[in-house]
Design a binder for this molecule. Structure first.
Ligand code: SF4
Length: 358
């Protein structure tokens, strides 16, 4: 019998599997599951089971977490930003980032893939290419390690680390269901955001999954076709019209607010006309909130970081166009934990030595 990943299952699915796989002790399955995901320890004995029944659980289910390889921290005005490098069992590494949001609240930014195939020109992860997609258990392992091994007390989760979340659709959607399960991790959809580079087809598919409270944001970065084609290869597959049409249809609830992320690249997408283009793109999309993210230069910078004056000027233009705007404060730049900076040089080197994508 091949052990099943406990973290790939909701509590209900775990109970069903326990009944099917175990001769005794399945009556405690719900408690075993709850304790495991809320403590980060797979110890069926602690749910009152005998050694024999506990061993049967361990033979039927796996609970393996990514290993913490390195943690780097940076002080920011809002608190400490920390990036953890986590090792997977095949030797590859992923990264997740603990981000202070002010008033004592934190967000955990997690990865969905090792590397990424989307090729966004401003992004460090793109330089790795796609090495492989993460399983549901690997995606959720980041949450469990962050909370129970690193002691990171986060409230929000964003899929904005390495990889395009909607490119790993099945594993990510399953992770959302497991994450939301009140009998387990119990992270409500209101606190979870999927960020996509603009995978229009997958946005339509996501709309049919029934996640009424889930948040969605799109990395726009350019609202005219010529520039977006240059910056983001996904544009060849889904141009701005196709993306806009899919986003306009995405209305999971009446008060839904679409996040529109705009990485500000000085001299490239920060002109007055660019702000007008953003407004034109957003006009048919209902309520939006534009997040302006100052560009974080990686190891091979596309351009420099914008000055505060340049960021403020662009935000002013967006507001003149009637758009609600929030400036994303740069956090973690010195430890390569800021937006677009995940994916390290060592991993690129190791890619040559390890097996290729599953
Ligand atoms: S910005 Fe996101 S989608 Fe684009 S290459 Fe980087 S990780 Fe991939």
């Amino acid at each position: 019998m091949t052990p099943l990943d406990l973290l790939s299952l909701t509590s209900d699915a775990f109970v069903l599997e326990a009944k099917a796989r175990l001769e005794r002790g399945a009556g405690r399955a719900r408690e075993v599951y709850r304790r495991t995901v809320t403590t980060g320890r797979f110890a069926p004995e602690e749910a009152g089971l005998s050694k024999e029944a506990s061993d049967a659980y361990r033979a039927a289910f796996r609970f393996e977490l990514p290993k913490v390889i390195d943690v780097r921290k940076e002080e920011t005005p809002l608190g400490v930003t920390a990036k953890a490098v986590l090792g997977l069992d095949d030797g590859y590494e992923i990264e997740c980032v603990f981000i202070p949001m002010g008033r004592g609240r934190h967000t955990l930014c997690i990865s969905s893939e090792v590397g990424c195939k989307m090729g966004c020109t401003f992004c460090e992860t793109a330089r790795l290419g796609l090495i492989r997609k993460l399983s549901t258990a690997e995606i959720l392992g980041q949450l469990v390690v962050a909370r129970h091994e690193l002691g990171w007390n986060f409230k929000n989760v964003v899929f904005m680390g390495m990889g395009e979340a909607l490119d790993n659709y099945e594993s990510v959607v399953r992770a959302l269901r497991v994450m939301n399960d009140p009998g387990g991790l119990a992270i409500a959809q209101d606190y979870v955001t999927i960020c996509t580079v603009g995978h229009a087809e997958a946005v339509r598919r996501l709309a049919g999954e029934g996640f009424k409270r889930l948040n969605l944001s799109v990395s726009l970065n350019a609202a005219n076709d010529a520039l977006r084609r240059e910056l983001m290869p996904i544009h060849k597959r889904y141009d701005l019209e196709a993306l806009k049409a899919a986003l306009a249809e995405y209305r999971p609830r009446p008060n839904f607010v679409l996040g529109v992320n705009y990485c500000l690249l000085p001299g490239m997408n920060d002109a007055r006309e660019d702000a007008r283009d953003v407004a034109r793109f957003c006009a048919p999309l209902g309520r939006v909130l534009v997040n302006v993210i100052p560009y974080n230069p990686g190891n091979v910078p596309l351009t420099r970081a914008p000055t505060d004056e340049e960021v403020d000027r662009f935000i002013g233009w967006l507001r003149d166009e009637g758009l609600p705007v929030r400036r994303r404060i740069t956090k973690g730049r010195s430890v390569m934990a800021a937006c677009g900076q995940l994916g390290n040089v060592e991993l690129r080197e190791r890619r040559r030595a390890l097996p290729l994508a599953r």
